[in-house]
Write a protein that binds this ligand. Structure first.
Ligand code: CA
Length: 131
């Protein structure tokens, strides 16, 4: 019986977490098109987290998204959260920061991760060598 209750609570927590990610995905352009920068065939569901499945520590974009009230703002769009030289808007297919929830971004293909440096995220040793 105790095992069943634990299983139920775990499932409820996971479902709530998945629901949250889906809700937040709709708050950013191309939120459902972000992939792993090192493995483009792998989706990155928790865009604001280091864990591709979501949960755990926030990445720089996750911190900025949270600071923006979990909304796509002009400031968040024009900012370069991961410091790779590309604005968050450019990475997510909204290069002119015109997207609003419910609209189609300028592009949805070839979007890049706004919270993981596209090169250094795959080669952490390169980052250490640079700094
Ligand atoms: Ca960037």
């Amino acid at each position: 019986m105790l095992l069943s209750v634990g299983y139920f609570l775990t499932c409820a927590l996971l479902l709530a977490t998945v629901h949250c990610y889906h809700e937040f995905i709709s708050h950013i352009p191309s939120g459902d098109s972000v992939t792993h920068p090192c493995e483009p065939s792998q989706p990155w569901h928790g865009v604001g987290h280091y864990n591709p499945q979501g949960g755990g520590h926030l990445n720089p974009f996750g911190h900025d998204f949270q600071a923006a009230g979990r909304q796509w703002t002009q400031e968040l769009c024009w900012h370069d959260s991961d410091g790779d030289g590309l604005t968050n808007g450019f990475e997510l297919g909204d290069p002119y920061c015109q997207w609003h929830q419910g609209l189609q971004p300028t592009w949805t293909g070839n979007v890049t991760h706004p919270g993981i440096h596209n090169v250094e995220g795959c080669f952490p040793r390169a980052r250490q060598a640079v700094h």
